[in-house]
Design a protein around this ligand. Structure first.
Ligand code: SPD
Length: 355
């Protein structure tokens, strides 16, 4: 049997992460480009357990080796294999000025600088809520993107459950929305935002503690033009963050923004998410910008399953965790999903490993 197909099948059986042959080919391409395991994941666009499984299999087959479990390197057999298969290194031809997003975070320097200054004292990410914040450049770009799509000026906006990114703060700081409501389970973030809103005299924004596992009351349903969120990639969290986000929207033609990553979920799961968005919730996906969101490394990394299953002992030193930026729009007859959610499998399942 073809070696790549064989690796895909055996790693899928072992990890329960769905894989196909070309996923394995992409890992080889990444291995030809970088030596750092975490960067290999980044370039492979696969969940951590899948890349860990593939790398371990390749080590067994003598295709790669690690130098004292620090770096991953191809052996001569590995170089011969990639050459036989005609595999090339990964190329990145995206615009470096906007970090590949298409919206230069520095276009309004005062907005960018003020946000960076305000974000300096932000609370540190905690594992209990799967926190891991995006870079300030990402947050600012999110706002510019939303503004450019006509979803900011004069709009009632809700930012739900990922305020470690301070997206709600940045939206409010832009001072173009009609109103901004920030909700998050983490009291530290709510206090942080409310203090800044008060200090800066931003009167149309407020933040309140809310656990998205709980259904919304009538006061929240159908009240907003736009929702923004960044869920963990389990099905339960997808519904709690995005299903409930859609439920807050006023009418057809309203929009929602969120990040979805391939580091904690597979492309097969994305298909299922997209089916829920289209067939169950009655929305349309208008935009997906791959690798738009760049996450800063989190201090609890050593305690995670990702660290445990990694074939190297060295942790990430650079940005490796990215997610795509999705925009959806409600269509006539869209559904407001607002069921209760249990604690089970909220943050972690077989494809996830970074919590
Ligand atoms: N636990 C690591 C940080 C994860 C941050 N959440 C990213 C969610 C993407 N939808």
């Amino acid at each position: 049997m073809d070696l790549l197909k064989e690796v895909a099948t055996s790693v899928q059986e072992e990890t329960k992460v769905r894989l196909h042959r070309r996923n394995v080919e992409r890992v080889l391409s990444a291995l030809l480009t970088v030596n750092d395991f975490w960067k290999v994941i980044d370039l492979s666009d696969l969940p951590v357990p899948a890349v860990a499984g593939i790398v371990k299999k390749f080590i067994k087959e003598g295709i790669i080796f690690t130098d004292d479990r620090e770096n991953i390197l191809l052996t001569q057999k590995g170089y011969d294999l990639v050459s036989d298969l005609g595999i090339s290194p990964v190329v990145d031809l995206s615009c470096q000025s906007c970090e590949g997003r298409g919206y230069p975070f520095h276009i309004d320097k005062e907005f960018y600088r003020t946000f960076v200054e305000l974000a300096k004292e932000r609370p540190t990410p905690i594992r209990d809520y799967d926190q891991g914040a995006v870079t300030p450049e990402t947050t600012v770009s999110r706002v510019l993107f939303i503004e450019s799509r006509g979803d900011l000026a004069g709009k009632d906006i809700i930012v739900m459950g990922a305020e470690d990114d301070l997206t709600g703060l940045a939206v409010a700081l832009r001072r173009k929305a009609k109103s901004v409501l920030v909700i998050d389970i983490d009291e530290r973030l709510i206090e942080y935002d409310n203090r800044i809103f008060k200090d800066l005299g931003i009167e149309n924004a407020r933040a309140m503690v809310w656990d998205l596992r709980k259904p919304y009351g009538e006061d929240m349903l159908g009240k907003f033009d736009v929702f923004i969120t960044d869920p963990p990639e389990t099905f339960a969290a997808f519904r709690a963050f995005i299903g409930r986000g859609i439920a807050t929207l006023k009418e057809e033609g309203c929009s929602g923004y969120f990040g979805l990553t391939l580091r904690d979920s597979s492309i097969f799961r994305w298909k299922e998410f997209q089916e829920i968005l289209i067939n169950e919730y009655g929305t349309v996906i208008t935009d997906i910008v791959q690798d738009f969101n760049h996450y800063m490394n989190w201090e609890y990394h050593d305690e995670t399953r990702a660290a445990e299953i990694a074939p190297v002992k060295r942790g990430p030193r650079d940005i490796w965790y990215r997610s795509a930026w999705y925009r959806i729009e409600t269509l006539p007859g869209f559904k407001r999903w607002n069921e209760p959610i249990s604690d089970e499998v909220f943050y972690l399942d077989e494809e996830g490993s970074t919590t």
